[in-house]
Design a protein. Structure first.
Ligand code: Z5A
Length: 213
């Protein structure tokens, strides 16, 4: 989102890769650099978006069609952009967002099989060419991610998908990272947490130096 003063950082990956855990590292680095930021997530991030999130994750809605799921993701995103993301960036704050449109390509595109062209239409409608400035894709094998999540307890509607679904999601994320290499940093999230944190810190420091030039 280059016309704004704040920077937009997204964190992506399959479930259990450590997105929430590692957002704490990003926060620490921004705090050390006296940068004001907001932390938010998708689906969600607003009262309305959190209600949409509940619909999306609830097992009650097993019959939800793939198109309905896709449209709800973008409905939540439209509200999030209008109410949280754009106002923050426009007043110079940075935004750290747990998932954004890369997740839609990965889950609704790769996972569910919706054609990328249809997702691109909604992307263009909802946020045009306004893209994250920096994306951390935390990547590890599906078994590792799932084992971490399953320790936590009851699975939601997405977490109950089969391994093959998450294999497709992961492959789509990696393909998108290659196609968007200027903004995407792939981090090996299978490493010990201390090493993941170090990798993120190093890459974010490089990004900060670049922003100050
Ligand atoms: N979704 C979608 O389909 N389309 C879209 O466009 C968007 C989203 C935006 C909700 O997302 C669902 O929405 C998501 C995709 C879909 N469903 N799935 N699956 P979410 O981000 O809220 O849900 P999630 O991916 O399940 O998040 P999560 O379970 O909270 O995972 P996480 O944030 O990546 O992991 P974590 O909570 O930081 O860590 C999990 C555990 O692993 C925790 O105990 C950590 O201490 C541990 N951990 C983390 N890193 C390590 C390392 N390196 N070593 C050992 N242990 C670790």
């Amino acid at each position: 989102m280059s016309h704004t003063t704040g920077k937009f950082i997204t964190v992506e990956g399959i479930e259990g890769v450590g997105k929430s855990t590692n957002i704490a590292t990003i926060r620490r680095v921004l705090d050390e650099n006296n940068i004001e930021y907001v932390v938010t997530r998708e689906p969600g991030g607003t009262d309305l978006g959190e209600d949409i999130r509940s619909l999306l994750l609830d097992h009650k809605h097993q019959a939800m069609s793939d198109d309905c799921e896709l449209l709800l993701m973008f409905a939540s995103r439209a509200q999030h952009l209008a109410q949280v993301i754009m106002p923050a960036l426009q007043c110079g704050k940075w935004v750290i967002c747990d998932r954004f449109t890369d997740a839609t390509y990965a889950y609704q595109g790769g996972g569910r099989g919706i054609d990328d062209k249809r997702i691109a239409l909604l992307e263009e409608w909802v946020h045009g060419n306004q893209q994250p400035d920096l994306t951390f894709l935390l990547d590890t094998d599906v078994a590792t991610g799932m084992a971490r999540v399953h320790k936590r307890g009851a699975a939601d509607r997405f977490e109950s998908e089969a391994t093959v679904f998450f294999e497709r999601v992961r492959a789509t994320y990696l393909a998108r990272a290659k196609a968007n290499a200027t903004r995407t940093v792939v981090i090996d999230a299978g490493q010990a947490l201390v090493d993941v944190e170090l990798s993120i810190r190093q890459r974010l420091t490089v990004f900060l130096e670049h922003c100050q030039q």
